[in-house]
Every structure is written in C-alpha cells, then in structure tokens.
Design a protein around this ligand. Structure first.
Ligand code: BGC
Length: 913
C-alpha cells in the first residue's frame, strides 16, 4: 500500500501559509484491499517523530478527504506528521513523514516598514550585511515588499518565486512569504531585496493612470530574518533605517509594458533606507501558491520576415518570461517584443492593445544572460532587435504559473482533439498566474470572474485547483465587504466597481464546484458569507420590480446569434434579463444547499424559498402555460433544459434541435451557453449533436481553431479568419480559456467520469462513457481527491468495443457500458476492470441513398470518398438538404448517365454488416 498526495489544507508541506485549521487529506494506491477502515495521524515536533504532540489512534471516522485534527498552532513552528491507514481486510501502511510550518500568524513584527525615494525610477535594492554570531541551526526570512520583490543572499536568489507577494486587494490584506534560508546563512553575506512595481504601484487595470499605481506609489519593504543558533539563542534582524538603498539598473517595469534596463548607467550613491508607514492592508500569512518557472521552451524556428525582422517562433503560446544570451557592444540597444500570431509573415502585436509587452536593454558591454524580473508576457513569437547574429540557441522561453498539480489527462484517437486538449491545458497554465485571468498578453490580464466561473470544472479535472481558488475566493470576499456584498467583475478589482450576472455568480458557483470535486465542506464554510452576501446584494437591487434584470449584464457574451455581420459584436441574442434572473435563482439555490450541508437551517429555509420563488417568477414570465418558451436561442433553450424551466421538456428539445438545424448543426453560443451546451445536450438524449459540435472542423467550432494552427484557445470563435488574418483588435486574445470549458464535457461524458454533488469528493462515480467512431478511442486518467480513476474505450471494429475502468481504493462506481446489447448497470468496487463486447448497433455512421449531401459533408473521410465517386461538392447548394435519391432526380445527369449506379454502389459499402 502506498499513501500519497498527503496534504494539509490541500497543500503539500506548506511553509508559512495561512492556517485556519489543520485539515488533512490523503490517497491510497497499490493496496490489495478495497477501502479504509480507520486511519491514524501522528504529529510531532521533530522529523524523527519522537517528540509527539498528537496521536489520534486508529480512528474509524478519519475521512481521507478532510480530517481535521486538534493541534493548537504556535507561530513559526514546523510540525511533522504521518498518516497510517488500516484497510477493511487488515492491511496496514504508513505514509512518509510530511510537514507543515506555520508563519508568524498573529505574532507582532519586530521589523519596520522601510522605503526610499520612489520618484527615482531606478528600482531599489534594500540591503543589509548579515553576520551570524555563531553556527546557524535554522534561519527563516519573513518578508513582503511592494509592489513586487525578489530576495537575494550573497548574490544568490532566495527561493524561485516570481511576483511575490502576489496579487490581491492590497487595501485589505498583504501577503508575506516565509523562506527557509538555513543553507545560505552558513556564512556572512549581504541580504539584498530588489523591488519592482507590479500590480501595486504601476499601471494596471482600467483605472490606474499611465505612471501611477492603483494602490500606492511608494516602494515599501518589511523583512524579518530570524537566525536560531546551535545554543538555542536567536537573532532577529528586521528592516529598519540601518538598511541601505542601492539602485539597480532597472529603470522601468510594469506588467503590461515590460521592463527596461540600462547597464551603462553610473552607480548612484548608496543612501540609508527610511522608515515609513505601513500600507493599508493587513500583513497576512500567505495564501497564494508559488509561481515558479515550470517549463522551458527552445525556439522552433528563427524567421527572417519580409520586413527584415528577426522573429523566434516558440511553437507554443504560453505565459512567462525568457532568458536571452546577449553579447553586444556597450551602448547597444536590444529590444525584445512579444506577439501571439504572425500576420503576412511578419511580427504582429496589435491585439495586445496598449500593452507594449517588451523588454529594452542597453548593453554595458559585458556578456550577460537577460531575464526580466517584474513583468511577464503571453506569447508565441518574439521579435528581437539589436542582436544581428542571433541564433535559436540564445533564447529560452520560461513558462511561469502557480502550483496547480496535474490531476487529469485525456488522450484520444483523434489528432485534432488531442491538440485541442493540449490547447485547453495551455490556456489554463497561461492564465493561472496567481489570479485566474482572462488572458495573459494584452492590457487586461485581470481576474475576470465570469471566465473562471465557466472554466472552473474543466480546470479542476485537469489540475488541483483547491488552494489556488481558495485564495481567489478569499480575496473576493475581501472586496465584497467594501462593496456591500457586490462581486466586482474582476478580482482583485483594482477599482472596478461594476458587477453582472454569470460573472458575479462565480461567488456561489466556484465554491459549489470545489465542494463537488473535493468533498471538503470547508470551502463552503469559508465562503458562506461571501455567497450569501452576493445573493443578498442581488435581492436588495432587484427589489419588487425585477430591477436586476435591467442592470447591465454581459449575458451570453460573444455569442454569434446577434452579430449582423459585425465580427466585433460582443452581445449575444439571449435576453440578458432572463439570464440574470435565472442565475439569481440558481445562486440562491446554491446558498440553500450549502446551508443545508453546513446545518444552517434558518438560511436553508430562507434561500430555498428565494430560489423557488425566483424560479416560479421565471416560469411565469418567460414560458407559456403549456411550457413554450418565449425565446429561441441555443443558450436560452439550453438553460431551460438545464434548470428544468419548461413543463414541456419534449417541446424544448424539439425547438433546440430545430435551432441546430437552422444553424447547420453549428453552435452560436457565447460565454453563458457554451460551457453548458454539450453537457446539457448529452444529459437530454442529444449526445450526437454534442459530438457534432465537438468534431466540427468548420467555423464556428473548436477544431477549426486547431486546424488554423492555434496552440491555445481563442477568445472568440472568429478571432482569426480562414485566411489567417486576425478579425479585429479591440478585444481579441488568442489565449482565453473560457471556451476551453469543453474539456469538462469530455471528462464527464466522453470518458464518463461525471463528478457530481451526489458523491462529493468522488467517493463514487457514475460512469457512463459515450463512444464515437471518429474519436475511435480515448484514455482518461483522473487522479481525483479520492484517488485515480481511469476510463478508456477503444472501438475495435464496427461492432466491437474494449472498455477499461479503474476505480481507486476507497471508492466505488456504477458503470453503464456504452452501446452494450443489454443496458446493464455494473457495480464496481475499487479495482481494475476490462470488458470486451459486441455493441447493439453499428458504430460507424451509416449512410444510404436517403442521406443528404450535407450529412456526408460533416464526415471528412466519407466526404472525400464520396467525391472520389461523384463530384457532389459541385452540386448546387439548394440540393444539399435533400435525400440522395431525390437529389439525383433533380440534378438530372450532370454527372453522367451512371450517376445513380455509382451512388448505389458507394452506399452499399457504407452499410455495416
Ligand atoms: C475580458 C473577458 C471578460 C469580459 C467581460 C473582456 O475584456 O477579456 O473575458 O469576461 O471582458 O465582458
């Protein structure tokens, strides 16, 4: 037996994190048994587990998803622990030793906030010579610096993190980080802290001025170095006026425009640091998970463009920084710019709007490896000026993102779908940089609530998101407290004080999603006030006359059903008031369900009543007494089915089918409809339509982007036109994860790993995969909070399938084999299962003389084969929806007298045996 993924508060071996409780979780694999009978946790103050402070004994109530243990936490203390598990059949195992270390918690700081002249643009190093008095046994650095900081000791970087102290509502709270610096502090050296501007004190968001920060304009630093010597005595060296300020050669930095460095500048006199007032927000133990370099890229090509530019193609759109080897004469300017796409073979960055996204370097004449400190780029292409003999070996791309451990992978038999899955994952990696952002490249990069609301289930199938979102949601509530419960459109708001449905509903939907995936009620407990505050805010606004409906809403943002030929249109055709009212009701329902789980009975009653009342209002307002909806858009019909709003579901399904027929089987949905679309279709007996949407290679659809060379997911269905030109620049990012939400459907319904509130934490999985001939096979692994599920299927021939299912230790599953002759529910315990069977129907789509040209067109292989027999692509469009039989009569003998015979022969081999 192996006990793995042992975590405390959903973090592995955290140091200095905020700890409201000590809640452990673990997973078990490689056991011959099925489930845990009891578990035991031992906590000690030493790594050898001798100085034990807690032993729970074998506890039959120990929940591997969240087991809270009673430890009274002291500040700055490392606790070691093990988890032992006993199984139902008597096997016993013990984990390795894990630890968590507290930060300063509520302990007062001995250090003081210091600053320097902040008008001088050269970024400061705050420095102090450190001379340990004796041999250091333990050294810790507790530190925060605004806007951003990087710490060095004796010239070496402390830790690997970028963008600390991270991004949140600085007016409310400021995170500090804890670093174990025991190794470095074996000798004397200089502690140097370099400060940058970042979110705090440079232009960022919609409200900050060109040269000013939204939160502040002064560099500020606080640091406390604690040295514990062998004899147990301690030295505390805190920031104060004895620290010195030396200026770097970095003359400019901000997140949108990049960084400037001039190595020809002379040294400036070193001056003393000044004491200063604390910033507004409370200094708090960290919650942000580390952003560190996680992957590197070497350029795929060096392109000499028609405009005589030197451009590197990294082969992948990603987010991060770079390393560039530079060896040019003193005074030479090197300019680096980034972009996402080439246009007419040349470098292009107009879709970044006002973000300059560059790096400027004036050489000091020495060879150097350049690396930005306080900016990042969302890019695939890099234009470099000032290095005439540039080679691909000079440049390395570095992807930076938060700690989001890998959880789910899916591989299929369809190359384009596999590339789509890769694009979706890169969309996530590129936008999980401390805050879940809309995009990483243009002058925005903000924590748009709506985008991440719709993407959160996909994100959580792909990676462990609990701690990442816990910080975002905590920050959300901090903002809400200043705004009467309102959830601003972006978190941190940086001054944005507008809100809207679907976006603000992130306050309820994301915690609810996390609860379903992790089975840990703490997220609901922690967010309950936030969830409730949001619904109360809407209630207050809505009053008795439905004012919320006429509030500004983005609605089905970027849907295609309202474009009228304008490729830059942003609003869809679904009535925003309807969406607003529905999400109000749905969020109330989530508050009610959460209250029930938490045992808050009064709130349960209140919000359940509110939810029911609003649902009734919606039914009366938007549906006839027989259940006919008063609207006809894909998104509105999908929402109707999802929330069971019509008394005539069959009618709504018919209307939806008709809608799809009218749009040639293509989607028209935007931010509200798209994430739900394929799930709702599948859950209402229309899985074929869902497959058609996924596998469609024409505009609009997911695979079209892939075919046009996308390596991330685009903001708009029409971001790039068929000829490769960008459709507009006002709002057009090529790395926007929202539509990547299709991966949720693939995990839920293609693999069939349908995580739901019925079985929180994936203790049980209702597995119903769906087969598709064109996909041919798929293999999905989801390392859920309860352990590793695997679901794979492979179509062997037109009538045979192999299915493999793995259910993790401690879990169970029900399985319905797809297209089996007999619909049977298998009850599965932990273990691995293989099935090979004959299907009840032919798996290859059958085409006959009653098929239409349009139907054939949807299947590229069949289309090609058919056109090899008869050039049907040349048939006039008015015949495309008529059965072949009739069509042949109508077109006459334009393809020769033997057209019918040829067609009949062709279709004869398209029938399954
Ligand atoms: C962002 C979004 C966001 C939207 C809100 C855009 O500028 O990039 O994705 O959700 O505004 O309307």
């Amino acid at each position: 037996m192996k006990i793995y993924d042992v975590q405390v508060n959903h973090l592995m071996n955290p140091v200095g994190f905020r700890m409201e409780r000590v809640s452990l979780s673990w997973k078990v694999k490689e056991s011959r048994d099925k489930r845990q009978k009891s578990a035991r946790v031992v906590v000690a103050l030493d790594e050898n587990m001798t100085n034990v402070i807690l032993d729970t004994g074998f506890d039959t109530d120990a929940d591997s998803l969240c087991y809270e243990i009673p430890v009274t936490l002291r500040p700055r203390t490392r606790y070691y622990y093990t988890v032992s598990v006993r199984t139902d059949a008597g096997e016993e195992g013990v984990s390795e030793v894990y630890f968590f270390e507290t930060g300063k918690r509520e302990e007062p700081w001995q250090a003081r906030w210091i600053t320097c002249d902040s008008i001088e643009p050269r970024h400061p190093y705050f420095e102090k010579e450190i001379i340990p008095k004796q041999k250091v046994e333990r050294a810790r650095l507790y530190i925060s610096g605004l806007g951003l900081y990087e710490a060095y000791f004796a010239g070496n970087r402390i830790g690997e993190e970028f963008f600390a102290p991270y991004s949140n509502d600085y007016n409310r709270w400021i995170q500090y980080q804890t670093y174990d610096v025991t190794e470095q502090l074996h000798e004397r050296g200089k502690l140097s802290i370099l400060l940058g501007n970042g979110w705090y004190k440079a232009r960022f968001g919609f409200t900050a001025h060109e040269d000013k920060g939204f939160y502040g304009n002064e560099w500020k630093l606080i640091a406390e170095l604690r040295l514990t010597y062998e004899d147990g005595t301690e030295d505390v060296i805190g920031t104060d006026e004895t620290w010195q300020v030396r200026r770097s050669t970095i003359t400019f930095s901000n997140l949108y425009d990049g960084e400037h460095r001039d190595d020809t500048l002379p040294d400036l006199p070193v001056v003393a640091a000044q004491l200063c007032g604390a910033p507004k927000g409370k200094l708090t133990d960290r919650m942000s998970t580390p952003v560190i370099p996680r992957e590197t890229f070497v350029p795929k090509a060096l392109i000499h463009t028609p405009k005589n530019e030197l451009v590197l193609d990294m082969g992948q759109n990603f987010t991060g920084i770079f390393e560039l080897e530079v060896d040019v004469p003193k005074g030479q300017l090197v300019r680096i710019q980034t972009g996402e796409i080439m246009q007419e073979g040349c470098f292009y960055n107009e879709n970044l709007r006002t973000a300059k996204s560059e790096y400027l370097y004036i050489s000091g004449g020495e060879p150097i490896i350049l690396q930005p400190h306080f900016t990042y780029y969302g890019y695939r292409y890099v234009k470099i000026e000032g290095i005439p003999n540039l080679t691909v070996d000079d440049f390395t791309g570095i992807a930076l993102y938060s700690e989001i451990p890998l959880r789910g992978t899916m591989h299929t038999g369809h190359d384009l779908v596999n590339q789509l899955l890769s694009n979706i994952r890169w969309g996530m990696k590129g936008n999980f940089l401390d805050v879940p952002t809309d995009c990483p490249q243009r002058d925005e990069r903000m924590g748009w609530t709506g985008d991440t609301q719709v993407f959160s289930p996909t994100a959580t199938y792909l990676h462990d998101t609990y701690s990442f979102y816990a910080k975002y949601l905590y920050d959300m509530y901090q903002e809400q407290m200043d705004l009467g419960g309102m959830v601003p459109d972006v978190i941190p708001s940086c001054g944005v004080e507008t809100c809207a449905c679907v976006w603000g509903d992130a306050a309820c939907i994301i915690p609810w999603n996390l609860y379903q995936f992790y089975g840990d009620l703490n997220i609901l407990k922690d967010q309950f006030s936030s969830m409730k505050a949001w619904v109360d805010y809407i209630s207050g606004y809505d009053g008795e006359d439905h004012a919320w409906r006429s509030h500004f809403h983005y609605g089905d943002w970027l849907a295609l059903d309202n474009m009228n030929g304008n490729p830059e249109e942003t609003y869809g055709a679904t009535d925003e008031g309807f969406i607003a009212n529905l999400y109000y009701a749905a969020s109330s329902g989530i508050v009610a369900k959460s209250a029930e789980l938490l045992g808050y009975w009064e709130e349960k009653e209140k919000y359940e009543h509110l939810c029911n009342r609003q649902m009734d209002i919606i039914r009366k307002e938007y549906y006839s007494s027989t259940g006919r909806p008063c609207f006809d858009t894909q998104t509105a019909l999908v929402l109707t089915l999802k929330y069971g709003l019509s008394s005539n579901e069959e009618l709504v399904k018919q209307l939806l089918k008709k809608r799809f027929h009218k749009s040639g089987g293509k989607l028209q949905t935007g931010f509200a409809g798209t994430p739900l679309l394929c799930n709702v279709l599948t859950e209402h007996g229309m899985v074929d339509q869902a497959w058609e949407l996924l596998l469609n290679e024409e505009y609009p659809g997911w695979l079209r982007e892939v075919k046009l060379g996308a390596t991330t997911v685009w903001e708009r269905w029409n971001s790039v036109l068929d000829d490769g030109s960008i459709s507009g620049t006002s709002m057009n990012s090529l790395n926007h994860y929202a539509y990547g939400s299709i991966a949720e459907w693939m995990f839920r319904h293609v693999a069939g790993l349908n995580v739901s509130h019925l079985y929180p934490g994936c203790r049980h999985m209702d597995i119903r995969p769906n087969l598709n001939w064109k996909l041919r096979e798929q293999d999905t692994v989801y390392d859920s909070p309860c352990g590793e599920y695997r679901s794979s299927w492979k179509i062997v021939d037109t009538n045979h399938v192999q299915v493999h299912i793995t259910v993790p230790f401690g879990a169970s599953a029900t399985l319905v084999l797809p297209d089996a002759e007999e619909e049977k529910v298998y009850m599965l315990d932990a273990g691995a299962y293989n099935f090979t069977y004959r299907t009840r129907k032919c798996l290859r789509p059958e085409y006959s003389m009653s098929s239409t040209i349009r139907e054939l067109k949807k299947d590229p292989a069949v289309w090609e084969a058919a056109n090899n027999v008869l050039p049907i692509c040349s048939a006039p469009q008015q015949y495309w929806d008529i059965p072949f039989n009739e069509m042949l009569e109508k077109v006459g003998n334009i393809w020769g007298n033997d057209s019918r015979e040829k067609a009949e022969r062709f279709f004869a081999q398209m029938v399954c045996q």
